[in-house]
Design a protein around this ligand. Sequence first.
Ligand code: SF4
Length: 302
Amino acid sequence: MTIKCKKCNHEAIIFQKYSGMHLCKRHFIEDVERKIKLTVRRDYSIKKNDVIAVALSGGKDSSVALYVMHKILGNRPDIQIVAISVDEGIHGYRPHSLELAKKLTEKLGVRHIIRSFKDEHGTTMDELAVMDREKGTCSYCGVLRKSILNRVALEIGATKLVTGHNLDDEAQTILLNHFRGDMERMVRLAPPAAVEGLVMRAKPLRNIPEKEVALYALINSLPVDFSECPYAGEALRGEIRELLNGFETKHPGTKYSLLRGFDKLVGALAKELPPAKIEKCRICGDTCTEDICQACKLLGRK
Ligand code: SF4
């Protein structure tokens, strides 16, 4: 038996357990884009002459973020969209996803800038992965990538830096911060106020479940890499992902509830834990909250 879309008579392609709705292809696309537009309007107020940098890895999340931002803002002559990709130097993984990122930017006619760990930090993830390290590979990768993205975004005069974090990523991070009791990090999850030297982060997909991001990429035939990084696997996050997915199956809407609770709480939390003083790293000059930035610390620069 064909299941019909809740909004029309066409065949449904998805059942959203959390909303109780079966949706056809057209209404699913509309639903995803409506939620993204609402998030962008409410949390990130797009202004005239904004330069929007999109961090593009070639994976599903960042590709959908670029595609939808281009779809909703690409025809505004007063707004520029630029994609920035970072080549971390991961053999057998990153070259392919960068090819797909190039394909997408060419298809959309979006300027694409690629920078590498090797050129910017003098090393690669493959080199770091085999070294004696204090922290997991993803901690190095995340810090070094963020520093490059911010640096390039500043160079091109970007006013927003879009990342592809989806609802699952956000819900996992909220729970992870609770489990670690790390409320300072929790506050940093909220849309940051503009700070000199740090480009404002925007997460337009924060209200879209991961599975829906993947489905959206597939039905729009986006050139997307679905493979997994060989260094993936932050242990605690993996456990939290499983735990949350289990809860979501039994109690649909759990991930949205976590995000809503966080959004209500974060203002009060921010008053209790005001942001650290902004400094310039005494080694590389990047903006940070200590004497030396995280990237220089991790790389042992003196
Ligand atoms: Fe970097 Fe970890 Fe992502 Fe791989 S999984 S690209 S190491 S952050």
